[in-house]
Write a protein that binds this ligand. Sequence first.
Ligand SMILES: [Zn+2]
Length: 240
Amino acid sequence: MGNQVELLVNLQVVDQQLRERTEAIEALRQGLAEIEREFAGQRTLLETCRAERAEFEARRRDLEGTLNDEESKMKDRRMRLNRIRNEKEASAVRREIEVGKEGNQKIEEDLMVVFEALDVVNARESELQRDYDAIEARRAEQQVKVDSEIATLSAGLDEARRRRDELAADIDAGLRRQYEAIFIRRRGLAVVEVRGGTCQGCHIRVAPQLSNEIQRNQRVIVCPNCHRILFARNETSATA
Ligand SMILES: [Zn+2]
């Protein structure tokens, strides 16, 4: 049995590497997903700002068009006024001119408000665009870096999986399943050394007779407290 537990110790080293690499890959992917979310959020802000600017521009064109029309109407009224000899008619046109002036003043005021709003929205858009470009650059840079790191980690994974298959083939199937279940439950630590009579998994003292039995390595013994598989390093089982 001693040999089997030793194989488990070696298998655990490989499994821990696999676990670390898999987690590292996952963390890299999550980092990318984070940037992706940030990028999408910034794009939404930018698009909203652009839509706002487009609305103000449409309003500006609208007001400018109306103002042009009104100004040519005013020109007509003044020309008309020059030709009119009837005083009653002339005063009606003068009144129209007064009303028109007031109307145009109002349009000019509205235009000023729109111009000011456009200044603000344009400044904000430039700022949003600058941030958007920065995130996009960072995203591209990160993508290249992550791709290369994942490629390296994945290559290591394939190698570790091959090594795992080799080791696993020599381990009793029942024992391997037991080990695998503990490995998952105990987050990557299923086989632990008993050192100085203490389980190195949970640091609880193991009963002396159990300790002796572990030293003899004749059957698989689990820690009564944390249920990890125990082993002892001695002259016959020392691998290092
Ligand atoms: Zn324990």
